[in-house]
Write a protein that binds this ligand. Structure first.
Ligand code: PLP
Length: 437
């Protein structure tokens, strides 16, 4: 089997040959690599080729592939049974671990997270957070930012309408205009746009939802004070702030991005690292907020596989293993690789800037660092495809889109990092030679 034949077979029975569109190679061209295994910093495809993996399952694999502590915990859980549809003590331990990690993040002297509900995907976590915010405030509208991704629930697949502070339009076929119109899509890092939206719709806005640091349009860091401004503005207007840490949570630090920049969040969503590679996500808030959820409160939420014992075992083992040394290594590897990317592109004369937020980074093929989605889209993205393929040819697997963050893990040892550094000069020359399609 080759990647091409695997892709052909998949495309016959799976739309586009992929079960999530980010896996498709549509923006870089070619057949996606079909993988059969992973170990440490490496993945292996159906042709037996090994790649240094800088996707890391889009974030969950903070410890790398097949970490022994995580596999042992999963094997032990599997041996006890796959699912009970009933509570298990490990769910409490995971909730306690999340609360303990977030304990330094306080507002008015109280931790922002006192209770946690486990769900299976980040999409469910943000969807539930919004329902909870609407239930608590009795309001309908939600502010989100252009280029931020919060999963694929209807109301969050919305694009800005024309003009500032106008209700949003569907960003996908199948999303009713009436549902998209419950969302306001604003430019990121633009406090004036937020102020204008509250001036127009203040008493109808239930919540602002924001990625703790934007990393789904490539990486775009929040401007200093922007997250705090969102909390203050929401609270001044009787609305809530939902901080989406699905991607950044437990990756940027032990307490996620909030560990680097504490903010008075009302609800925080988690995913990716919290499941260590298994389907697991969560939302957390203060007790009185979380007790508005069923079965105690009027806001309904449920899940047959929520808190699945195998997923919880993987998540707990990941969080227990992710100590200060792990975060130091991840930061170090990210700094080494991103600096080398910067130097290689400079040496090849490619117009670029490296956009960083903590240990997450991506390339912008332009000289001015963009602070919002419109700015990110001005880059010469056509340079990414040739760069990507030159890296792939050299055995390095990058995200197959210029608009995604690069992910490293604590398993990226010096040998794996060296392989990345050695591949960069040729890839940078390929980016330099690229021409617009
Ligand atoms: C990945 C992601 C989601 C959605 O999580 P899924 O598990 O893919 O549903 C939500 N928010 C952010 C910030 C994400 O990066």
């Amino acid at each position: 089997m080759t990647n091409e034949t695997a892709f052909e077979a998949a495309s016959t029975v799976i739309p586009g040959g992929v079960n999530s569109p980010v896996r498709a190679y549509r923006s870089v061209g070619g057949a996606p690599r079909f993988l059969v295994s992973g170990h440490g910093p490496y993945v292996v495809d159906v042709e037996g080729r090994e790649y240094v993996d800088l996707v890391c399952s889009w974030g969950p694999l903070l410890l790398g592939h097949a970490h022994p502590a995580v596999l042992d915990a999963v094997h032990a859980a599997v041996d006890r049974g796959l699912s009970f549809g009933a509570s298990t003590p490990a769910e409490t331990e995971l909730a306690e671990a999340v609360i303990a990690r977030l304990a330094p993040v306080t507002a008015d002297g109280r931790p922002v997270i006192e209770q946690v509900r486990l769900v299976s995907t980040g999409t469910e976590a943000t969807m539930t957070a919004i329902r909870l915010a609407r239930g608590v405030t009795g309001r309908s509208l939600v502010i989100k930012f252009a280029g931020h991704y919060h999963g694929h629930s209807d109301g969050l697949l919305a694009d800005a309408g024309s003009g500032l502070a106008t209700l949003a339009l569907p960003a996908s076929a199948g999303v009713p205009a009436e549902i998209a119109a419950q969302t306001l899509v604003l430019p990121y890092n633009d406090p004036a746009a937020v102020t204008a939206a509250f001036a127009e719709y203040g008493d109808r806005i239930a919540a602002i939802i924001v990625e703790a640091a934007a990393a789904n349009m490539g990486v775009v860091k929040p401007a200093p004070g922007f997250n705090a401004f969102l909390a203050q503005t929401a609270h001044d207007n009787g609305a809530l702030l939902i901080v989406d840490e699905v991607l950044t949570g437990f990756r940027e630090s032990a307490a996620g991005w909030l560990g680097l920049e504490p903010v008075a969040a009302d609800i925080v969503t988690f995913g990716k690292v919290i499941g260590g590679g298994m389907p697991l996500a969560a939302l957390g808030a203060r007790r009185e907020m979380m007790e508005q959820l069923a079965p105690l409160g009027p806001v309904y939420q449920a899940g047959t596989l929520s808190g699945n014992p195998v997923a919880v075992a993987a998540g707990l083992a990941t969080l227990r293993t992710a100590d200060a040394d792990v975060y130091a290594r991840v930061d170090d590897v990210a700094a080494t690789i991103s600096t080398a990317v910067d130097e290689a592109l400079s040496a090849a004369g490619v117009e670029h800037v490296i956009s960083r937020a903590g240990n997450l980074f991506s390339i912008q093929f332009q000289y001015t660092l963009a602070a919002d989605y419109a700015g990110v889209q001005r880059q010469e993205a056509f340079r990414y495809g040739p760069f990507f393929h030159a890296m792939l040819e050299a055995g390095i697997s990058l995200p197959p889109s210029a608009y995604e963050a690069w992910f490293v893990s604590a398993a990226h040892d010096d040998a794996a990092v060296s392989r990345v550094l050695e591949a960069l000069p040729a890839a940078a020359r390929a980016a330099a030679a690229a021409t617009p399609a």
